[in-house]
Design a protein around this ligand. Structure first.
Ligand code: 26M
Length: 822
């Protein structure tokens, strides 16, 4: 029996080949002759999965026997990306797996592309959760990621005539070999109804929540293996199911169809990920989703306490619960309900436990993105939680009144309930009051939280606030995405940098080594050629791999200013039209990103970029010096092809608007130079690489504020800058819309009248900075040296560094090495 386990989990080549062919036969039911590419992918996935199981079980055993303190990362989104390649790397069998499938006439990369990525997130926040889960496992920290198993992830984006069209993301269509359902740990979740008071056997007044509806939460577990360690943590995602028993009343009255309708309503809960769309905010189903996964997760933690025989009073000693933005912040009220109503603890005891358990990470400075729920909606969905929030609020405001007697305006701002006009529950306030730690995601962002968005909470409890600058995992974003660069670095420095990214500093001493610089250039050139081939296949436009690859990939949003990059392209086009023989560094502009389906201006920004491309790409005067490619459906998978091929990383948000950015870090690691504003983590990137290796432009945050205060007149910028005027007029004329001047009118009107994101104010500075970029790019050797320094100085932006800081400064949790059980 022991031999059976070790054979099936062995990492040697013979055993891998044996398992691969076995799984093709016994899991896929195919002989090689009839097998499809997807059969081979699944056979390989099961081969890897078999090898994860032993590590997963060993990890669970270590944590259970040692009763380890555990991080619970609560996030409505986990944007994981495909698992197979990452698991091969973390197991250390990527190359041998490539040999095994190669000897059977298959291409490993081909098989990896078969995997449908779990796109269970919108963008930065969800991808950050995925990087954190990777780093926690690599650092051997006991951790559970808790979230929702959406049946449909972020929509698939296609383009039709340059406009975004959304398609559903049926990622589970061919099954998911990475998850294991655990129906034995299902929990019940209540919704709606009313509350009743009663006196218990000790004559104490208590509250009972009589729900209108119950939904089952079934956990689906995915192992998250660390890099070259035995630790395999768990990502636990909840699926909503109708309870078999609950609708029998209806059923027995003969309303079979009604009972089935109820079942469908219940299962809708985990059906679809909401795009981060302002219009969608305030939707009832979204609040239900949040409560659903948070209640499932907290009940799961109580079950874990019980099986480890830890008293519920020690909840906060066992668990550090992190709230990824306010989406899970209903957890503060739900933990209170579980402790007071169900575990029968005294309010003060329960409140002490709650505050010591939770930490809250804020991810946005956009005031309109702060979550609020209208009182009637909240009352309808969660009547007991509204009572609890009132009680938390009453006690909290009593404390505030002691400190700030008579300061009614401050009290109104701190209140968990917004009272001016229609009333709302303020989720950020609930998260702040119920947490012992509050953090921002970059230095500037944290400072702005303290001075602005959460100023009142900072003045009340400054000791709760800290900064945790974001990071990204080098395993996915360098090792997996950029194998050529990985080989070069490892041949130069050894492979220690993969777990300790600061070691990349070792590259600096090779900057004068001509052979090294040449190899570096060859890596970038090969990555660019790969991407050029991909773009040519997808978009039927020819791409010159020796042109400067100028890349902006991220969600489409006005504050991120993709349209500022578009104005720059038009400015270059105007120069060519005015002087067709002008000397110009050839550039390929690559864009990617999704617009929220209801965000019309963002969709118009996509149309503007594609429309400019349709003119510029085919105008003979341009002679191939400018190419514009909008790659549809930007995703983790597409990111892995794009970041390694970039020369220039566009990070051009209005100063003070982008909390951190994380794409900026992925570009930097892969040796792109940044053109950026002093916003989010760009500031820290420039600090690390030195300003001589960073292209900075634009207003600073205090300057933006000053312009706002003085009353910004974008029209004046337009009148003062001839280049800007020409660009705006050309777009406004309908030149890029077959003469139809109405298409881009809404966009141009906003820029000329309000320009809330200061594009016109920053335009001249941006264009001048881009001219500097082109000048430097002409000196290929100088550019390569700057790129190497960018990579060499990216160590700070490993999510391993970020997670170490969370562990020591917020979670107080240590690593627990895992011994393999055999
Ligand atoms: C809101 C309402 C309804 C449905 C969805 C949402 C919603 C979902 C995700 C709102 C915001 C969401 O994410 C915000 C986000 O991704 N913020 C980004 O977080 C990154 C990680 O910290 C930062 O790097 C980015 O600067 C920040 O924009």
């Amino acid at each position: 029996e022991r031999r059976g386990i070790s054979e099936r989990a062995s990492l040697d080549k013979r055993a891998l080949r044996r398992s691969f062919l076995d799984n093709l036969l016994y899991v896929q039911g195919k002989f090689p002759r009839l097998a499809t590419k997807n059969d081979y992918y699944l056979a390989l996935a099961h081969t890897v999965r078999d090898r994860l199981m032993q590590r997963w079980i060993s990890t669970a055993a270590a944590y259970t026997t040692q009763c380890s303190r555990t991080v619970c990362y609560l996030s409505a989104e986990f944007l994981m990306g495909p698992h197979l390649g990452n698991n091969l790397i973390n197991l250390g069998i990527y190359d041998v797996a490539a040999e095994v499938v190669g000897e059977l006439g298959l291409d490993l990369e081909d098989l990896l592309y078969q995997e449908e990525e779990p796109g269970l997130g919108n963008g930065g926040l969800g991808r950050l959760a995925a990087c954190f889960i990777d780093s926690l496992a690599t650092l051997e920290v006991p951790a559970l990621g808790y979230g929702i198993r959406y049946e449909y992830g972020i929509f698939h984006q296609t383009l039709s005539d340059g406009w975004q069209v959304e398609k559903t993301d049926k990622w589970l269509r061919f099954g998911n070999p990475w998850e294991l359902a655990r129906p034995e740990w299902a929990v019940e979740i209540k919704f709606g109804g009313h509350t009743e008071q009663y006196t218990d056997e000790h004559q104490r007044l208590r509250v009972r929540w009589v729900a209108a509806r119950i939904v089952n939460g079934v956990p689906y577990d995915t192992p998250i293996l660390g890099y070259h360690v035995n630790t395999a943590n768990t990502l636990r995602l909840w699926k909503a199911e109708a309870p078999e028993s609950f609708d029998f009343g209806q059923f027995n009255r003969g309303d079979y169809a009604g009972a089935v309708t109820q079942k469908i309503v219940s299962e809708n809960l985990s059906k679809v990920l909401y795009p981060n769309d302002e219009q969608e905010a305030g939707k009832e189903l979204r609040l239900q989703q949040q409560f659903f996964f948070v209640s499932c997760s907290l009940q799961d933690m109580l079950r874990i306490l019980q099986i480890q025989r830890i008293p519920v009073e020690k909840f906060h000693e066992k668990f550090a619960v992190q709230l990824n933005d306010t989406h899970p912040s209903i957890g503060v009220a739900e933990l209170m309900r579980l402790l007071v109503d169900e575990q029968l603890l005294a309010w003060d005891t329960a409140w002490d436990i709650t505050c010591k358990s939770f930490g809250y990470t804020n991810h946005t400075l956009m005031p309109e993105a702060l979550e609020r729920w209208s009182l009637p909606l909240f009352q309808r969905v969660l009547p007991r939680h509204l009572e609890i929030i009132y009680e938390i609020n009453a006690r909290f405001l009593d404390q505030v009144r002691i400190r700030f007697f008579g300061d009614e305006a401050r009290i109104a701002r701190l209140s968990l309930i917004e009272e001016q006009g229609p009333r709302y529950v303020r989720m950020a306030n609930l998260a702040c009051v119920g947490s012992h730690a509050i953090n921002g995601v970059a230095d500037l962002h944290t400072e702005l939280l303290k001075q602005d968005v959460l100023k009142d909470f900072y003045e009340l409890c400054p000791e709760k606030f800290s900064n945790k600058t974001n990071g990204v995992t080098p395993r996915r974003w360098i090792v997996l995405a950029n194998p050529r660069l990985t080989s070069l670095i490892t041949e130069t420095l050894g492979d220690g940098w993969i777990r300790d990214l600061d070691l990349l500093r070792g590259l600096e001493s090779h900057i004068d080594d001509a052979a090294f610089v040449q190899r570096w250039q060859a890596v970038k050139r090969a990555n660019k050629a790969d991407l050029a081939t991909h773009i040519e296949r997808r978009l039927q436009i020819s791409i010159d791999p020796d042109s400067l690859f100028d890349v902006q990939v991220k969600r489409i949003h006005e504050y991120k200013r993709q349209h500022l990059a578009a104005l720059h392209i038009v400015a270059l086009y105007c120069r060519i039209k005015a002087n067709p023989n002008i000397e110009m560094v050839p550039r390929t502009f690559i864009f990617g990103g999704k617009a929220a389906p209801g965000y019309h201006m963002a969709k118009l920004m996509i149309k503007l970029i594609t429309a400019i491309g349709d003119v510029v790409n085919f105008d003979p005067d341009v002679r191939g010096r400018l190419k514009v490619a909008f790659l549809p459906n930007f995703s983790v998978t597409n990111g892995q092809r794009i970041y390694p091929a970039a020369d220039l990383s566009e990070q051009i948000s209005t100063a003070g608007k982008e909390a951190s950015g994380t794409g900026n870090m992925k570009f930097q690691m892969n040796g792109a130079l940044t053109i950026g504003t002093m916003d989010g983590a760009n500031i820290e990137i420039m600090e690390e690489v030195g300003k001589e290796n960073f292209f900075q432009f634009g207003l600073l945050t205090p300057e933006v504020y000053a312009w706002q205060a003085r009353g910004y007149r974008p029209q004046e910028c337009y009148e003062r800058s001839p280049a800007l005027r020409e660009v705006i007029d050309l777009i406004g004329s309908g030149y890029f819309a077959r003469g139809d001047s109405s298409v881009f009118k809404p966009l141009i009107d906003v820029l000329l009248r309000y320009d809330p994101y200061f594009l016109l104010a920053d335009f001249d500075s941006y264009v001048a900075c881009q001219d500097e970029v082109s000048a430097v790019y002409k000196d290929k050797h100088r550019w390569a040296r700057m790129a190497i320094l960018n990579s060499a100085r990216s160590g700070k932006f490993s999510s391993d560094r970020t997670i170490r800081q969370y562990c020591s400064e917020i979670w107080n949790v240590d690593k627990v090495p895992v011994r393999l059980l055999s």
